[in-house]
Every structure is written in structure tokens, then in C-alpha cells.
Design a protein around this ligand. Structure first.
Ligand code: HEM
Length: 255
């Protein structure tokens, strides 16, 4: 559970850093997303590794819950009262289930393009105004047509329901991270009397920074604090996302 947890924490942190490019020029996040898509088989290796981590994580959680119940035996507690368990630790099952449901919705919305609005088919491609370089290495050429992830995120979060769902789900994910990362240090044997307090504080600060860094994206877009760049589909308004999916291009008939 701890090892799969570490990999998932690394993923969500890296994903957040990448997503914060939404506040920069559209070339940035669109070039970055295009780079990830162009990784081809390597992208699938990452996807399958993440999927394996989620499966192992859930399997370990279920096994733990079953063992916990068996240890108690058939007789239920007469009185349920929390004595020392931290708030986040009491609801790991519940927060985990909501985060799981959120991930399914999120992938349907942004990766597959099926979360209510057909972003993948209704948005025109974006043409890079500048070349996109990563650590000085040219990745996407100026003028290249790429998927318009920038507008997709702006248009996605212009819906209050979607943004509020994200804020709630990310809040629960941050609670899950808070206790999960703390427990992970214990499982791996890193936590001792000397370090326990510092580690708990560090994990608390990390979870808070993660929460604020993540909710700033739907929050700033929904409230209009962040405005889409002029000339993008997002700046043109919801017309782009509400339009029906474009029909496949029909070839010219030969005369
Ligand atoms: C404000 C928060 C978030 C934003 C703006 C965001 C944005 C995105 C976007 C735009 C994509 C699709 C990229 C593409 O198709 O090129 C994506 C994919 C994904 N996101 Fe997020 N995300 C957020 C939070 C999260 C969280 C909290 C998780 C996990 C708990 C997550 C997990 C994923 C996964 C697993 C994918 C699929 C990656 C793939 O293509 O294989 N995201 N996200």
C-alpha cells in the first residue's frame, strides 16, 4: 500500500505542476500536453503503471479492512467512540471511494472527452504561436496543430457544478494524502519518536499546498479571476464546447 501510494503521490504532484501552466500562455500547456501524447508506447507504460498502482492500492485497502474486521470477531462494539485517531485517518475508506469516482469522471471528461461535453471532437486544433522547448530541447514546432487542452480546461471549469465537484474531490484527496503520506512513513519504518512530529507537520504542509495549488485552477477560472487568452476557443465562450460534435470530414466526390 505504501509503495503504490508513493508512486501515486509523485504522479499527482507532477500532474499539478504541469496543470499550473494553465495560467501561462496557451502554448505552454498545449505544447506540454502534445509532448506527453507524443510519447506513444512510453505514455502507455506510465498509464499501465499508474493503473497497476491503483489496483494494488485498492486491493491492499480491502485486505486491510477485512483483516481488521476479522480481528474484531463477530461481536460488534457496544459504543463507537474515537479516542486518538486523527480526523483524516477515520475517513480513509470514504475519501478513497470519492477520489476513485472523481478519477473515473476526470478521465472521461478530459482524456476521453466524454464528461458531458465532447471536448475532443468539438474543439478546433490549436496552432502553436511559438515553438515549445523542454529544458532547452525543442519539442513542438511553431505553427504545429495540437489538441487545445488550454481551452478544454477553461471551458470545463466554466461550469459551476464541475468546478465545485473538483474542489470537493480535491479537498477529500488532500485529506487522504495527509493521513496516507503520514502512515506511509510509518509503514516504511522511517518514522520514529525523533522524526514523528516533523514528518507529520511536513506532510500536513504538503497536503495543504497541494490542496490550494489544485483548487486555484477551477476556483480562478470559475470566478473569472483567470481569463482565457484572447483569440483562443476558450475566450470565444461556451459556444465552442456546447456545439454538437463535428461530423467526420467527407471526401470530395469524383466527377
Ligand atoms: C485542477 C485539477 C486538475 C486539472 C486541471 C487536470 C487536468 C487534466 C487534463 C487536462 C488531462 C488530460 C490531458 C490530455 O488529454 O492531454 C488530465 C488527465 C489526467 N488526470 Fe488530471 N487534472 C486535475 C486533477 C487531477 C487529479 C487530482 C488526479 C488524480 C487524483 C488526476 C489524474 C489524471 C489522470 C490519471 C489523467 C489521465 C492521464 C492520461 O492521459 O493517461 N488529475 N488531467
Amino acid at each position: 500500500m505504501a509503495v503504490s501510494g508513493i508512486i501515486l503521490v509523485i504522479f499527482v504532484t507532477g500532474h499539478l505542476v504541469g496543470n499550473l501552466q494553465i495560467f501561462a500562455h496557451p502554448d505552454k500547456i498545449n505544447g506540454y500536453a502534445h509532448f506527453l501524447q507524443s510519447l506513444g508506447p512510453a505514455l502507455w507504460v506510465v498509464r499501465l503503471t499508474l493503473l497497476a498502482c491503483v489496483v494494488v492500492h485498492v486491493w491492499a485497502a480491502v485486505t486491510l479492512a477485512v483483516e481488521n474486521n476479522q480481528a474484531r470477531g463477530p461481536e460488534k462494539y457496544g459504543v463507537n467512540r474515537w479516542l486518538a485517531a486523527a480526523f483524516a485517518s477515520r475517513y480513509m475508506k470514504h475519501t478513497g471511494i470519492v477520489v476513485g469516482a472523481f478519477i473515473i469522471y476526470h478521465i472521461a471528461q478530459f482524456t476521453v472527452g466524454y464528461g458531458g461535453t465532447p471536448f475532443k471532437t468539438s474543439l478546433d486544433e490549436y496552432h502553436m504561436t511559438q515553438a515549445f522547448n523542454l529544458f532547452g530541447v525543442p519539442i513542438v514546432a511553431q505553427g504545429a496543430a495540437v489538441h487545445d487542452v488550454y481551452s478544454m480546461v477553461y471551458l470545463g471549469f466554466s461550469s459551476a457544478c464541475v468546478s465545485i465537484f473538483y474542489v470537493v474531490a480535491i479537498g477529500l484527496l488532500s485529506l487522504h494524502l495527509w493521513h496516507g503520506a503520514d502512515a506511509m512513513f510509518q509503514t516504511l519504518g522511517v518514522r520514529n519518536h525523533k522524526w514523528a512530529c516533523c514528518l507529520r507537520r511536513a506532510v500536513g504542509i504538503f497536503s495543504l499546498v497541494y490542496f490550494l495549488g489544485s483548487i486555484v485552477i477551477p476556483g480562478a477560472i470559475l470566478t473569472g479571476l483567470a481569463k482565457p487568452a484572447a483569440g483562443t476557443a476558450a475566450a470565444a465562450g461556451c459556444g465552442a464546447c456546447c456545439a454538437p460534435a463535428k461530423p467526420a470530414a467527407t471526401p470530395n466526390a469524383h466527377r
